[in-house]
Design a protein around this ligand. Structure first.
Ligand code: SF4
Length: 164
């Protein structure tokens, strides 16, 4: 379920991006900036209609040349409950040749075999849980120093994690 979409964002990846927030996360990191997104909700018919409207809005934005891509955040886009919705958004971004960034509390090594097809269409994965004790306000794009900004395409080609 999509919580909201930020348009024309400059903080969550390269260039001007659409940022989609999905509902539901299993990690419950201490100090999470977005704890209202933790709960998984069974979407009502009304929620599904709203999601369809948001996806139409997203598609219209992705048609714009100045939009570099989409960043999918949450919640956790790679929680099993969210993977189907995330795949839809990734496919939409690739239809318009846009880059895809995903934020997840899981680790690349635990995801790559499980979600290979999905990840083979992702450009950057910011992985790992937020650890409050390792909070690192100056590290670009992530919140704590354990989190990695991974170049997924290079990592797949080289068979090992390559940082961006
Ligand atoms: S993975 Fe992200 S959304 Fe989930 S609890 Fe941790 S910081 Fe919050």
């Amino acid at each position: 379920m999509i919580i909201h979409i930020y348009d024309d964002d400059l903080l969550n990846g390269d260039g001007i991006r659409e940022v989609v927030f999905l509902q539901g996360c299993h990690h419950h990191c201490k100090g999470c900036f977005n704890s209202e997104t933790w709960e998984f909700k069974v979407p009502s018919f009304d929620d599904e209609l709203k999601d369809a409207e948001k996806l139409m809005h997203l598609e219209n934005k992705l048609k714009e040349d100045y939009i570099a891509g989409v960043t999918i955040s949450g919640g956790d886009p790679l929680a099993p409950e969210n993977v189907k919705q995330t795949s839809l958004i990734v496919d939409l971004a690739k239809k318009y040749n846009k880059t895809v960034w995903i934020y997840t509390g899981y680790l690349y090594e635990d995801l790559i075999n499980k979600y290979y097809i999905l990840l083979s269409n992702v450009d950057v994965l910011c992985d790992g849980p937020f650890i409050e004790e390792l909070k690192s306000p100056n590290k670009p794009w992530v919140g704590s120093s354990n989190q990695r900004v991974i170049d997924v395409q290079k990592s797949i080609k080289q068979g090992t994690v390559v940082l961006k």
